[in-house]
Design a protein around this ligand. Structure first.
Ligand code: TRP
Length: 337
């Protein structure tokens, strides 16, 4: 039996999201907000990849909490679990089952070449790095391939993992017939690349934010924290906005533009010649305005963890037959059925 396209004729998009705690406006403007908008355009699957979260040391309580934080944030941002699948990876055991089979077909050399692995493992001795970190890409390939995914939204950092997924799918298709749909990268819309407030040469990042409180605006930051961080954002020594502007000013303009959904020209015209302090205040107020409703909805959703877990489980149950069908196809192909 060959792989099937999505039943409703829409292209299927699979997004795997790490429940890594802190989310910032870069995540929201660069990714989450687009997912919310594209909900009707694609057949969307949002998977909270809690099994991947185990590949690096994490406290059980933190993992439990961060899965719920992420689910509630996505719902608060507008992901509708009735329209899109939104579930925990560990609620669909086919992910683990297919990952094992794929691991058996993944050459060690392919995994050794993964730059993400080299970066994450490089800092520690082999005695401390779990094999899961090495096999991470095979689990990610399982996530994607289980749902006959057409597109995967990927940033630069995940491109190599998607390439490995495609290579693996082609390898098995060649050997066993067309068992997998070949996924393609979904290139992000331009213009939502948000840089660090303290260092506008670097992309706003969760890991940097952990050590530098002024680096990123958290989605749950209260208004006074937002104002304070923007007030301290790095610009340059000019007193007012002039073009060509430096990276810090361009970043502030970019945040303002994306939050308010304006043309770059309109934003340039609005701020040209104005003091940096005026720009910083305007950006802060614009950000506070988009975050307020999100934070309010988040608090409502987080009031009932049992209901939230039930929502995730029901979504997993609705999507599971697709995963099971793919797994069965693979099991038949390799001789496990
Ligand atoms: N590796 C991805 C990241 O760190 C998360 C992920 C896991 C993923 N499985 C996926 C992304 C499947 C896309 C598709 O961001």
């Amino acid at each position: 039996m060959a792989a099937m396209p999505a039943a409703n004729g829409k292209a299927r998009v699979f997004s795997g999201i790490q429940p890594s705690g802190f989310l910032h406006i870069g995540n929201f403007l660069g990714a989450i907000r687009n997912w919310v908008r594209d909900q009707d355009r694609y057949d969307n699957i949002f998977c909270i990849v809690d099994l991947h979260a185990l590949t690096l040391p994490i406290e059980p309580g933190a993992l439990r909490e961060q899965r719920l934080d992420l689910a509630a944030t996505l719902i608060a941002a507008g992901i509708d679990p009735q329209r899109s699948a939104l579930f925990l990876q560990s609620d669909v055991s086919a992910h683990s089952e297919l990952a094992w089979i794929l691991e058996c077909f993944t050459p060690m050399g392919w995994l050794e070449r993964m730059t993400a692995f080299k970066e994450k493992a490089g800092r520690q001795s082999d005695e401390r790095v779990g094999a899961g970190l090495f096999n991470y890409p095979a689990l990610m390939a399982a996530d994607i391939l289980l749902y006959d995914t057409n597109f995967v939204p990927v940033g630069e950092d995940q491109r190599q993992h998607l390439e490995l997924t495609r290579d693996l799918a082609q390898r098995l298709n060649k050997r066993y017939g067309e068992i997998f749909v070949l996924p393609e990268p979904l290139i992000k819309q331009a213009g939502a690349r948000i840089m660090g407030l303290d260092d506008p040469e670097k992309k706003m990042s969760k890991s940097v934010a952990a050590g530098a409180p002024g680096h990123a605006i958290g989605l749950m930051d209260p208004p006074d924290a937002v104002r304070r961080k923007f007030a301290r954002a790095q610009t340059d020594t000019e007193p007012a906005v002039r073009f060509p502007a430096g990276a810090g000013v361009l970043n502030l303009l970019e945040i303002y533009r994306t939050v308010r959904e304006l043309d770059p020209e309109a934003v340039r015209a609005e701020f040209e010649g104005r003091q940096y302090s005026a720009l910083k205040q305007a950006v802060a107020e614009a950000v506070i305005e988009v975050l307020a409703p999100l934070q309010a909805r988040y608090r409502t959703v987080r009031q009932d963890d049992a209901a939230l877990l039930r929502t995730l489980k029901e979504s997993a149950q609705r999507i599971e037959p697709t995963a099971r069908a793919t797994l069965a196809r693979v099991q038949r192909a390799v001789g496990l059925r």
